[in-house]
Design a protein around this ligand. Structure first.
Ligand code: AHR
Length: 502
């Protein structure tokens, strides 16, 4: 069997883990909101019409932040449609997803749900069909305590306390020709800068995210970030990144190595942002907000052109298998490794649409395979991220070239003594023995291992078999300061190591 090796030491530290790395995303798309999180007629619905079963799973998955209301949806959205008496709310065409939006859920309902789920809301403003005025109006309605027209309107709508939303996205994917209100980098950069400055005058405590590229394959990738940050550097805090991965034409090896691509993407955006900062002789560092990431079997879905206009159609309801869960675990390893620069990340999306959770209207809700690595990483990763650099086998992939077979990262909470290691074997067929040197943790004796792997990489959960894919627990001994772990092919594992208690 091939062998890999890594050393864990609390002095080799990447940075403090920002818990906002475990964000998720709720978009008015398909059945993410309607019959996903919200279904007033569902047997588990609460007084506000939100599904209790989904609320429970949302708490269980341990997400911290939730981005809302889009996505592509936001680029034609009028936030005013979603507030005030239900009877007065319009039914509108959402051109982004060719759907009918009933506006039963809007800002106030969503903020209440997010609070109940223990999530910090991150709102996106419409910079596609709208601009500075509407973004400022929404901020005033949301964040000002009272005494102005729009804050008083919120109070009149029955919401006395301001939502105090701190995180705001300045539009969505405006580099994409598919986006309603698509713009050039110059146009968007100017609009984002002016919107940011105006919003900061209304609420100086907000954190702002400028749109980066929709993905790293965009023809404008790199120059888009540079131009947008040339305009916005002083008035925004973060730049966004989006990435979705899928297995192309049976190329499992590349798919399993998706984290290697995410690594390069992050490095390129850091370099571009720092280049802009250097030109300005700025001491400020722009954060990275990876506010859409996931696996997505896009090739399995037809386009929207022939979709009938309807409410909450079944859009992009991917069923995720074991290989998808291994990739998601690997992507989380990459995000953690860059904790010094990636401050916020949102898995997209929470329910039904490429979701962590699937639901049936009037029926059950269940955890998809990808739920498990997300929940385990969010639960076990604590404190500081440690630099973990496995040495060992490498293998060739068609899309991403030569990659490390084993990828890993670790976190260390000095207060509780909790050490957590996350490791993925990205080889489709070869097992690897991973040796972890723990000499810097002399009191470490046992390790609890929990992982996702299966002989059938396509195995998935479903309404009738919701526990086909569940994490598999085991233990591993630490002998003479060394831990040995079997990493089956195409597997992801989380290892909790008890060190001396403090
Ligand atoms: O998450 C689904 C869609 O993917 C979002 O609406 C869009 O921003 C991205 O292209």
């Amino acid at each position: 069997m091939q062998r890999a090796h890594l050393v864990l030491d609390p002095t080799f530290c990447v940075g403090t883990l920002d818990r906002r790395l475990f964000g998720t995303f709720v978009e008015h798309m398909g059945r993410c909101v309607y019959t996903g999180i919200y279904e007033p007629d569902h047997p588990t619905a609460n007084a506000e019409g939100f599904r209790g079963d989904v609320l429970e799973l949302t708490r269980e998955v341990g997400a911290t932040v939730v981005r809302y209301p889009g996505g592509n949806f936001v680029s034609a959205y009028r936030w005013e449609d979603g507030v005030g008496p239900l009877a007065d709310r319009p039914r509108r065409i959402d051109p982004a997803w060719r759907s009918i939006e009933p506006n039963e859920v809007g800002l106030n309902e969503f903020a209440g749900w997010a609070r109940a789920a223990g999530l910090e809301p991150m709102l996106a403003v419409n910079l596609g069909t709208r601009g500075i005025t509407e973004a400022c109006d929404l901020l005033e309605y949301s964040n000002i305590a009272g005494g102005t027209q729009l804050s008083d309107l919120r109070i009149a709508h029955g919401v006395k306390e301001p939502h105090e939303v701190r995180l705001w996205c300045l539009g969505n994917e405006l580099d994409g020709p598919w986006q309603i209100g698509h713009r050039t980098a110059e146009e968007y950069g100017r609009l984002a800068a002016e919107t940011a400055s105006a919003m900061r005058r209304i609420d100086p405590d907000i954190e702002l995210v400028a749109c980066g590229s929709s993905n790293s394959r965009m023809p404008t990738f790199g120059s888009w970030e540079a131009t947008v940050l040339d305009h916005t550097y002083d008035v925004v805090d973060h730049v966004s990144l989006h990435a979705y991965y899928e297995e192309q034409a049976g190329d499992l090896a590349s798919f399993l190595a998706s984290g290697a691509d995410m690594d390069r993407f992050i490095a390129a955006v850091v370099a571009t942002a720092d280049h802009v900062g250097a030109k300005r002789r700025s001491r400020k560092q722009i954060g990275l907000c990876f506010d859409e990431w996931n696996v997505w079997h896009q090739h399995d879905h037809a386009g929207l052109a022939n979709v009938a206009l309807q409410e909450s159609p079944r859009l992009q309801e991917d069923t995720f298998g074991v290989a998808d869960a291994v990739v998601v675990g690997g992507l989380l390893i990459t995000l953690l490794r860059h904790a010094d620069r990636v401050k916020i990340a949102c898995q997209a999306q929470l329910a039904n649409v490429i979701g962590l959770i699937r639901t049936e209207p009037g029926g059950p809700a269940w955890r998809q395979s990808i739920f498990h690595p997300f929940a385990l990483t969010a639960r076990l990763a604590r404190g500081m991220v440690l630099r973990a650099e496995p040495t060992g086998p490498r293998h060739e992939t068609a899309q991403f070239g030569d990659v490390d077979t084993v990828d890993a990262t670790a976190t260390w909470d000095a207060e509780t003594g909790a050490l957590a290691l996350f490791a993925v074997n990205r080889h489709p067929d070869e097992p690897v023995m991973l040796e972890v040197s723990l000499a810097a943790f002399p009191a470490a004796t046992t390790a609890a291992v929990i992982g996702v792997h299966d002989d059938d990489l396509r195995a998935a959960n479903s309404a009738s078999e919701p526990a086909r894919v569940v994490p598999r627990p085991s233990t591993a001994a630490i002998v003479n300061g060394r831990l040995h772990l079997d990493l089956p092919p195409a597997s992801w594992q989380a290892i909790s190591i008890t060190t001396e208690s403090h």
